[in-house]
Design a protein around this ligand. Structure first.
Ligand code: SAM
Ligand code: SF4
Length: 347
């Protein structure tokens, strides 16, 4: 599939086949729904949030728990979504998280419900979340060095995150994955992070940093690449490439010291996988996005509150996905990052 040089304008809805599924113009089908449920966060990761946090979303502009449950149910029953992941901001900052998970689990009990979290405070809620119907978690952790952690997240909460990871594992929120964003600041500590994850039974995946930081400091020639990481890890571990588990999985995997444990790399920038992307996204204010890098959002909250039927919402969603661009275009000349940062979209 050709990746266009730049994203621009909204394409026409002409030519969309008559299918209930979330298909796009490039033959992809979105099956994986990311739902951001808050803009609030307990950390301030430098690659994601401004130091002061995101501007608060007024309560009445946030999707309510019932609205989230309605949209998740519709996405699964009418649009072919097969997995739902709650994110943010930090999903643990939303008091109704257990209620949202329980409501979704009751409505679509066979659909895996996952969460991406920074793990702060997870140790106190892991069991209740599992009991509500949460299937698994990805915890974000960039380093096991306390000083580096505090510098990167602007908060001294490493211990809480480590305890959260252990609690998630102990209550069976598995397979347990740890996500680390690759940066100059944590590259040297990557082998220690991998050793910690191996010892704790968590699958570590490194993610190339994307231009979605609040401070707009990301630069293509400064970013740490998958190749840089493999050099550093290769000095301590024997790594054997095994590829992807399935074609739409973003992580490429390497066996560590002949396995069975693996380490993954999500090379979003240098080995992009837009042509197999199966994501559709809902922001905390109820806007549909077809891609992290979309320039367009579709106001599903407004439609719902104006009395739209499920069929009308489903059509809005199908149209939004049909208009998805082929790729993020980060490497294209003239690339402009989206206005929203990662924390404001929901990673
Ligand atoms: N607060 C939760 C967390 O940190 O896991 C969920 C939201 S966070 C925006 C989701 C994921 O996006 C995290 O794994 C985070 O590391 C990642 N992320 C944030 N900013 C990023 C960036 N600029 N490039 C790549 N990944 C990023
Ligand atoms: Fe918060 Fe997650 Fe963004 Fe870090 S990556 S600031 S934990 S939303």
């Amino acid at each position: 599939m050709g990746i266009p040089a730049l994203r621009s304008g909204l394409p026409s809805l002409d030519g969309r086949p008559d299918t209930p599924l979330l298909v796009d113009r490039f033959g992809r089908v979105a099956r994986d729904l990311r739902v951001s449920i808050t803009e609030k966060c307990s950390l301030r990761c430098t690659y994601c949030m401004p130091e002061e946090g995101l501007p608060p979303i007024p309560r009445d502009e946030l999707l309510s728990a019932d609205e989230i449950i309605r949209l998740v149910t519709l996405a699964v029953r009418e649009l072919g979504v097969r997995e739902v992941r709650f994110t943010g901001g930090e999903p643990l900052m939303r008091r109704e998280l257990e209620q949202i998970i329980a409501g979704c689990h009751d409505a679509v009990p066979d659909t895996p419900l996952a969460m991406t979290t920074n793990g702060v405070g997870l140790e106190h809620r892991a069991k209740a979340l599992r009991d509500a119907g949460l299937s698994r978690v990805n915890v974000s952790l960039d380093t096991v060095d306390r000083l580096d952690f505090t510098r990167l997240t602007r908060r001294d909460r490493l211990e809480s995150v480590l305890n959260g990871i252990r609690a998630a594992r102990d209550v069976g929120l598995t397979p347990l994955k740890v996500n680390a964003v690759l940066m100059r600041e944590n590259l040297a500590g990557a082998p220690d992070l991998l050793a910690w994850c191996l010892a704790e039974g968590a699958e570590l995946r490194f993610i190339e940093e994307m231009p979605l930081d609040a401070d707009h400091e990301w630069a293509r020639d400064h970013m740490v690449t998958a190749a840089d990481l493999l050099d550093v890890l290769g000095k301590r571990f024997t790594l054997t490439e095994t590829g992807r588990i399935d074609p739409s999985a973003p992580a490429e995997r390497w066996l560590v010291d002949d396995g069975p444990a693996t380490v993954g790399i999500i090379a979003t920038v240098t080995r992009k996988f837009c042509d197999t992307c199966d994501r559709t996204r809902l922001t905390a204010e109820g806007r549909l996005r077809s891609c992290l890098f979309s320039d367009h959002e579709f106001d599903v909250r407004g439609a719902m509150r104006a009395g739209a039927t499920n069929d009308e919402i489903a059509d809005l969603w199908r149209g939004a996905m049909w208009q998805k661009w082929a790729g993020h275009g980060i490497d294209a000349a003239g690339f402009v990052p989206p206005e929203r940062t990662m924390g404001a979209i929901g990673g």
